[in-house]
Every structure is written in C-alpha cells, then in structure tokens.
Ligand binder design. Structure first.
Ligand SMILES: NC(=O)c1ccc[n+]([C@@H]2O[C@H](COP(=O)([O-])OP(=O)(O)OC[C@H]3O[C@@H](n4cnc5c(N)ncnc54)[C@H](OP(=O)(O)O)[C@@H]3O)[C@@H](O)[C@H]2O)c1
Length: 354
C-alpha cells in the first residue's frame, strides 16, 4: 500500500490521478484536511490528514511513502524518521541537494531498518541518473562525467519555491569526489543536447550528488541550455545570493511564486519534449549518449508512480539512487522515452572540467 504525501499539490495530484488510473493500492495524505479528504473522495481512496511531524502516527498499513510535499528540506526529515521507525520504504521527487546528501548519509541506518530511501524519483534525477549509469557501463574507468538537459517548459509555483529555497547556496560541481560550491553558471560551453548546438551553463542539479553514488565517477558537472542573455542574468544573480539567504526575502518571493505560477498546462505536458545528454571521459576516450523524454512533469508523474509501484512489490534496502535501485534501463520503460542514443567512442580527449 502506497501513501502519496502532498497529494493535493500540483505534482502530487497528477501522481495521485496516475496511481488511480493504474489501479494501484494507495491512499492520499497531506496537511490540509479539506483538500486531502476532497481528493480522497474524488479518487475513491483513503485519506490521511497530518503534518509531516505526525507521520509516525499515520503509517499504519503503509508499505511505501511517496513524498510530493516540497520544498523537501521542510518535510523529508520527520517523514523519513517515521519510515525508519515503522519499516516503511521512502521515496520522493526532490531535486534539493541537501536532501540527497542527508539521505545518502542514512544508508546504513536504512539498511538496518530494512528500508529503502530513494530520493529524486522525478525528472530530477531519473533520466540523467539512468544516463549516468548507462555511460558508466559504456566506459567503466571514466573519471569525468558531464550531464545536461534542454527543457523549454513551464514550472509550478512549488518548483519555483523550492528553487528559491536553495538559490542562496549558489552553484555546485563535484571535483575529485568532493562537492564544491561554485558561483551560479560557473562553467559555460556549447552542448548538443539532441536538437542542435546550444549555449549551456552549469546548474546545481541533483546529479552532482547522485551520479557519484550511481557510478563512483569523481568529477561531475550538470549543464542546462540557456540563452546568452539568461546566462548574463544568472551570473549577475550571484550578487543576490546573500539577499536570498535572508528568510523574509525568501518567504516573500516563495509566496509570489506560488501565487503566480500554476504549472504547465495539460497541452504542454502532453506535447513538449526534453533533450537529455551525457558525456563520460577517462582522459583518453570519451563516450556520449542522449535521451529524448516527455515534458518534465509528465516524466516525473510516470517515473515516481512507477518507482513507488516497484518498491511496493520489492525494494532494496539502504539509500539508493534511481539507477542503482532499479537499473539504468528503468528510464527506457517510461512512456515516450527514446534512447539511449549512443555516439561511437571518440578518441578526442575531453577537456578536464575541473
Ligand atoms: N524531481 C522533479 O523533477 C520534480 C518535479 C516536479 C516537482 N518537484 C518538486 O516537488 C515539490 C512539489 O511541487 P508542486 O509542483 O506539486 O508544488 P505545489 O503545487 O506547491 O505543492 C506542494 C505540496 O506540498 C505541500 N507542502 C509544502 N510544504 C509543506 C509542509 N511543510 N508540510 C506539509 N505539506 C507541505 C503543499 O501543501 P500546502 O498547500 O498545504 O502548503 C502541497 O500539497 C516541489 O519541491 C518541486 O520542486 C520535483
């Protein structure tokens, strides 16, 4: 039995409707009684109303919690505590770096509790993590990994609120196995994500954390396509990071984001495509692979629902990335994903990103 927490949010509701459509055994949960019960009645499933801090009293009969309530830095901890206490598997759709790292540190504890901890079961990081695993299979002695995506779709207020939550932290890359803080858009290069060459900059995407656990490759950068104009804005935003660490400013911007951004329309979710690219090199050779996926929220709904159903049937214990919990082929089982498009091995040495 799966419990979808944060079930009435933009993404949680899409996931709950998908779970109902797939006839999964699930219940909905959230902190707002009216919204949670209303959704439960509409989908004809049980509903449980509680704040994250009361998760421990509300997991009776639940095998898997799928947490969709973000910013996850505000919700994951009490829910994970309750899962470890009750032997319930935990997954979420976070893209938040501190959450990935905190859960990775609880690997042994989860192992002892017989529980699976699987953060990042959405667009961030399923396609890029599976691509990382695939590239590692192609070049097992790779020392450098670059991943990236080109997506021209909208965002929900909740996603923007989560971005704002961590914007004060700047950028991140992994060098020699260690995560380093760098300015936003610290590196830029031209990347063909699959739809032609694009200007791209580094972003603190979840793979800077997860790709290392999936592959052991010690140098990781993640890029996204941006216009040269947006690149200049991102660079300038470096001067605002201090301001974004200031709580009242952060909260005001988050409230504005929630009020103004509704999330992509159904038409956008059904028609847009995302290009995902990765390159691994070992100093002598490099290999490149690509994926084309549905729009980011559509992919998230499919990936998170599929991952929850899989954990409900059989789950590994301990902390896992998506590609490690299942295997890199997991992404290819999702609707509308095309890949892996492999390029032949190149002898050209890729410049060292570090
Ligand atoms: N990995 C990915 O690719 C991916 C894809 C989509 C979304 N996401 C992430 O998923 C999260 C949700 O996105 P969304 O679009 O669904 O946003 P949303 O529409 O704002 O929904 C957020 C949900 O979380 C609940 N929530 C937030 N803080 C809470 C707290 N402290 N305690 C209990 N419930 C809380 C909200 O309840 P209230 O309304 O009562 O506050 C709401 O149900 C965001 O962090 C977003 O970045 C990730």
């Amino acid at each position: 039995m799966i419990l979808v927490y944060g079930a009435y949010g933009y993404t949680g509701e899409l996931i709950s409707r998908e779970a109902a459509g797939r006839d999964l055994e699930f219940a909905v949960a959230g902190r707002n009684g009216t919204k949670t019960r209303g959704l439960g009645i509409e989908l004809d499933v049980d509903s449980r109303v509680f704040p994250p801090e009361r998760a421990g009293d509300n997991l009776d009969g639940i095998d898997v919690v799928l947490n969709c309530a973000g910013p996850f830095v505000d919700t994951y901890e009490p829910i994970v505590e309750a899962c470890l206490e009750t032997g319930t598997h935990y997954l979420d759709i976070t893209g938040e770096f501190p959450v990935f790292e905190a859960l990775a540190e609880r690997d042994r504890e989860a192992e002892r509790a017989g529980v699976c901890l699987l953060p990042g079961a959405g667009f961030d990081v399923v396609p890029t993590d599976c691509l990382a695993g695939h590239l590692h299979e192609r070049l097992p002695d790779a020392t450098h990994l670059r991943l990236g995506f080109e997506a021209n779709t909208g965002v929900s207020g909740g996603t923007l609120a989560s971005v704002i939550e961590h914007a004060g932290g700047g950028g991140r890359v992994r060098r020699d196995g260690r995560v380093e803080s760098v300015p936003v858009a610290a590196e830029s290069r031209t990347v063909d994500f699959g739809a032609g060459p694009r200007n791209a900059v580094t972003v603190p995407w979840g793979d800077v954390s997860t790709a290392y656990y999936t592959t052991g490759i010690p140098n990781v950068e993640v890029y996204t396509a941006v216009s040269p104009r947006l690149e200049r804005v991102l660079r300038a935003s470096h001067y605002l990071t201090g301001l974004l660490q200031f709580d009242p400013v952060k909260r005001a911007l988050q409230a504005l984001a929630r009020a103004l951004f509704e999330g992509p329309s159904e038409q956008t979710r059904e028609t847009e495509r995302v290009f995902v690219w990765g390159e691994a090199s070992n100093g002598e050779r490099s290999v490149t692979s690509r994926l084309v996926t549905p729009e980011t929220y559509s992919l998230t709904v499919d990936a998170a629902t599929s991952a929850a159903a899989r954990l409900d049937a059989e789950a590994p214990t301990g902390y896992h990335t998506p590609a490690a919990a299942f295997d890199p082929g997991f992404v290819l089982e999702l609707d509308g994903v095309d890949g892996f498009r492999d390029e032949s091995v190149s002898d050209a040495v890729s410049p060292d990103p570090a």
